[in-house]
Design a protein around this ligand. Structure first.
Ligand code: ATP
Ligand code: MG
Length: 451
């Protein structure tokens, strides 16, 4: 709003001739003017459309401009407010300013005085609004691009992401499935100087081992059977930008070696290429696995682990930030309602409690899916029944050993850790959750150096 730039003004004046005069005067300056003859009319008008500024007379039938001012300051703190007081009633002016009026005009006033006052207040109102927007933008930074959550453990994540986003440091994001690792990687990218360069992602768990090398590093035409054309690898495609290596724990050992070479020397070569290419790629990796345990088991190169782990970021499990569940529920209700163009169904207090108490083993992803289904079906009973049926399934643990087997020590450590997390470190309760005696539980904690 520069000087004299048009704004929207509500004129409140009970005397019709006077009202008409003021409206004409302001409309002649191209302001968008509406008017009301009483405090009640003004409030109705405000509810329909919020003006930038209100110019109100003091005396308005039974009520006064002060009544309107108090209402406006409670409900619309950003609207500019100028009040016209009768000549000689300086106490009125003082009262009005104390109640939050931006200015007052003593009657009778000149046309020019009114216009000047309007300009001045319009400018300061705009500053006030900008200031408020800035403050709320700052508050929103606590949220970080796309990530919902205000728990202290999330604040730590945001601080870390912000601090390192400007650098080219390699980042390793850990955390259980569905905790937002990919979202954090994208936030890192969006906040970085490389945000208008490519963001290339590769899910190392989703490519067959035989194709992994070509997929990552590329292949010359004819480098292997079936390589009919030149294949550009993901690393090359990300040149100048960022490469997100999702599920890095699944990368075959052979490709780990080649990736390490790139991280150390910045060079790669396509399969079948005799020369080397120097690339400028910022690498962000993520895994739900305990990479240190993978190293111990000989499935992950130790030197690569250290190379990747320059800056680790750990995404907390949802059960470790229960205070965010309500916020996330609301977020996904709005998000999916918008996505499907429906009104978000209401949750009863009882259902909300079930949601808040649920252990959410699948973390935010599980919560998002549940709420999406609820938005589509609006079937609260079904959601409660499903959530309730999860609890016994977990405690009865119909665990099926995967075909490829499991790493027992690692598995045990995870069970212990999760039990401790779930009961905020209360060992008695954690032991009970695992069906172990306190002594047996403690023995295992010590074995895994978790005490
Ligand atoms: N803090 C959060 N705020 C809002 N949405 C979130 C948050 N964390 C995760 N999500 C949403 O939950 C889903 C899972 O997140 P994401 O894919 O980033 O998790 P992940 O840790 O990479 O999971 P996985 O290990 O299963 O790949 C996505 O739809 C994502 O948008
Ligand atoms: Mg992921």
């Amino acid at each position: 709003m520069t000087q004299n730039s048009p704004i929207s003004i509500l004129v409140v004046e009970d005397e019709p001739a006077q009202r008409k005069l003021i409206v004409q005067m302001l409309a002649a300056q191209e302001h968008r003017v509406t008017s009301a003859a009483s405090v009640e009319d003004a409030i109705v008008s405000l509810k329909q459309q919020t003006p930038d500024l209100i110019f109100s007379d003091w005396k308005l039938g039974q009520l006064t401009g002060m009544d309107l001012l108090r209402y406006v300051r409670t409900h619309y703190p950003d609207i500019g407010f100028i009040i016209a007081t009768a000549y000689g009633t300086i106490t009125h002016a003082v009262d009005a300013m104390q109640a939050g009026a931006d200015d007052y005009l003593a009657k009778p006033y000149q046309r020019q005085t009114l216009l000047l006052a309007i300009d001045k207040v319009a400018k300061s109102t705009q500053l006030k609004q900008q200031n408020r927007q800035l403050t709320s933008a700052l508050a929103e930074q606590q949220q970080l691009v796309g990530l919902v959550g205000k728990a202290p453990c999330m604040q730590k994540v945001y601080t870390r992401v912000q601090r390192i986003s400007a650098t080219d440091a390699t980042v390793l994001i850990g955390g259980e499935s569905g905790t937002g690792k990919e979202l954090a990687a994208r936030a890192l990218y969006q906040l970085s100087d490389r945000h208008n360069k490519p963001f290339v992602t590769i899910n190392c768990g989703a490519i067959p081992e035989s194709l992994a090398e070509a997929e990552l590093f590329g292949a010359e035409k004819g480098a292997y059977t079936g390589a009919n054309t030149l294949k550009i690898g993901k690393l090359e495609a990300a040149d100048g930008g960022t490469l997100f290596l999702d599920e890095i724990g699944e990368l075959p050992l052979l490709q780990q070696t080649k990736l390490l070479r790139f991280l150390q020397e910045g060079v790669v070569s396509r399969i079948g290429q005799n020369t080397e290419m120097t690339l400028d790629v910022r690498v962000i990796a993520a895994t739900h696995r305990d990479l240190q345990a993978e190293v111990a088991a000989g499935r992950f190169r130790e030197d690569l682990y250290y190379r990747l782990n320059v800056v680790p970021i750990h995404m907390p499990a949802l059960r470790q930030r229960r205070e965010d569940i309500g916020r996330l529920v609301e977020h996904f209700l709005c998000l999916h309602a918008k996505q499907y163009g429906v009104t978000a169904p209401k949750l009863t207090a009882k259902t909300l409690k079930v949601l808040l108490d649920h252990p959410w083993p699948g973390n935010v992803r599980e919560l998002a899916n549940r709420i999406e289904r609820f938005v589509l079906l609006a079937d609260e009973q079904e959601m409660i029944a499903e959530l309730n049926s999860c609890a016994p399934a977990i405690s009865q643990s119909q665990f099926v050993l995967p075909d490829e087997g499991i790493e027992w020590e690692n598995f045990e450590k995870h069970c212990l850790q999760q039990a401790m997390d779930r009961h905020d470190g209360n060992r008695t309760k954690a032991a009970k959750l695992l069906g172990l005696s306190y002594k047996a539980f403690l023995y295992r904690l010590e074995k895994h150096q978790l005490v």
